[in-house]
Write a protein that binds this ligand. Structure first.
Ligand code: GDP
Ligand code: IMO
Ligand code: MG
Length: 421
């Protein structure tokens, strides 16, 4: 039995979905442990191209139980749409389960996400406007609605009724349209009916998987630099995407996690505001965005692009406890004459080699080392020795900086475009 967490080492969109899709071919269970439909996990395999938001990326293996875990927040209409899309493509949903403890992203959470962002003016976070922050805020305030409540009509109406006066005061403050209890309660019961049979106590399932020695994957959403505690606060999401978030969010004991795969894009991208020291605004940024198709899978926003951040990477490796690295999008670097890796931040007169707090990170100028590029195409490479020597040297340097062995090298979006070491 092995429990493996697959987590983002950067600012999100590292290719977690792609790695989970590959690994899920041989595992008994995949659990999403945090986040909601702010995620956009792209999977390209023999069934087609899919952008998953809530459904775990193991869904293409009918023998894998896919659990949307207790630590997630779920907008039921978004989940139902996603399920319809998958079913239409012929993907079985028989093994999809939703924790009764997961919180509901209510329509008013989405409304508030938009209203609060507008009110921030020039200090916008650049959220996905999926209601993630307001839903987690209500969870912490003990005013949330949980997925299990959708199947308990009287209790559901009571819970919504308790939450609404405060929600409506806030909406009124922003000049939005107030929400009416009975319409909303009826709508929410409809979601409960539509998802009936899938909303369960997932704890016995997870426990049985571990006891029976089945392999389990924890699928992270976003990356450490957007973690609410360890990222560039306040330019973060409202949950813990680091592996440590996996215990509470999936519901398993800490010692159960044996492997942590850190997914690292061969360069860096970020969507949304906040410090991003290696960001580029030149021809290289155009190359990365164009060749790497760096546009958000959820919002379509162009992603900010830059060189690999070798200060953030060892921080991610240590805090997550990486046991192996999955480097993705190596092929996007093909043809660049020179590559750079940031190995320090210059802040005032000092050179810092550990991740500072957000204020200082916003003042950091990257200190780079240079590596030679390669002209050859890597997308057809399937073994380490097929890679150009310069690419191997670049990858070895990433491994050295992270003090973590390389395990997977991805050279294209397709399931088979992977070098396994
Ligand atoms: P996630 O949110 O971490 O799952 O990552 P996204 O799916 O949002 O972003 C990764 C994007 O890169 C997707 O469009 C993938 O299809 C694509 N991708 C993943 N790995 C590779 C790779 O090795 N090479 C190329 N060219 N594209 C890749
Ligand atoms: P995956 O799982 C990239 C970013 C938003 C914003 C911040 C907070 O595909 O890697 P939120 O809507 O969570 O309150 O937004 O986090 N963000 C993402 N960026 N990929 C994602 O998911 C993201 N989910 C949220 O752009 O900066
Ligand atoms: Mg994504």
């Amino acid at each position: 039995m092995t429990v493996t967490a697959v987590v983002g080492a950067q600012w999100g969109d590292e290719g977690k979905g792609r790695i989970v899709d590959y690994l899920a071919q041989d595992v008994g269970m995949v659990i999403r442990f945090q986040g909601g439909d702010n995620a956009g996990h792209t999977v390209v395999n023999e069934h087609g191209t899919f952008r998953l938001h809530l459904v775990p990326s193991g869904i293409f293996n009918p023998n894998t139980a896919c659990i949307i875990g207790p630590g997630t927040v779920i907008h039921p209409p978004a989940l139902l749409d996603e399920m319809t899309e998958l079913a239409t493509a012929g993907i079985s949903l028989d093994n999809l389960w939703i924790s009764e403890r997961a919180h509901v992203v209510m329509p008013y959470h989405r409304m508030l996400d938009g209203l609060e962002e507008s009110a921030r003016g020039g200090a916008q976070i650049g959220t996905t406007k999926r209601g993630i922050g307001p839903a987690y805020a209500d969870k912490a305030a003990r005013a949330g609605i949980r997925m299990g409540d959708l199947r308990r009509p009287g209790y559901l109406a009571d819970r919504i009724g308790l939450a609404l006066p405060r929600i409506n005061r806030t909406i009124a403050h922003f000049g939005g349209e107030e929400v009416e209890l009975y319409g909303l309660a009826r709508q929410a019961m409809g979601w409960g009916n539509a998802l009936d049979g899938r909303i369960v106590d997932t704890t016995p399932m997870v426990r049985a998987a571990l006891t029976e020695g089945r392999d389990v994957l924890l699928e992270g959403q976003l990356g450490i630099m957007r973690d609410i505690d360890w990222g560039t606060y306040p330019y973060v999401t409202s949950s813990n995407p680091i592996a440590g978030g996996g215990f509470a969010g999936a519901g398993l004991p800490p010692r159960a996690i044996e492997r942590v795969v850190g997914v690292v894009k061969a360069y860096c991208t970020a969507v949304g505001a906040g410090p991003f020291p290696t960001e580029l605004h030149d021809d290289v940024a155009e190359h990365l965005r164009g060749v790497g198709q760096e546009y958000g899978a959820t919002t379509g926003r162009p992603r900010r692009c830059g060189w690999l951040d070798g200060v953030a990477l060892p921080y991610a490796a240590w805090l997550n406890g990486f046991t192996g690295l999955a480097i993705t999008k190596l092929d996007v670097l093909d043809g660049l004459p020179e590559l750079k890796i940031c190995v320090g931040y210059r802040i005032g007169d000092e050179i810092v080699r550990s991740v500072p707090d957000t204020y200082n990170m916003g003042r950091a100028d990257p200190v780079y080392e240079s590596w030679p590029g390669w002209r050859e195409e890597t997308r057809h490479c399937r073994r380490w020795n097929d890679l150009p020597q310069a690419a191997r040297a670049y990858l070895d340097r990433i491994s050295e900086i992270a003090a973590t062995p390389l395990q997977y090298i991805s050279v294209g979006p397709g399931r088979e475009q992977l070098i396994v070491l």
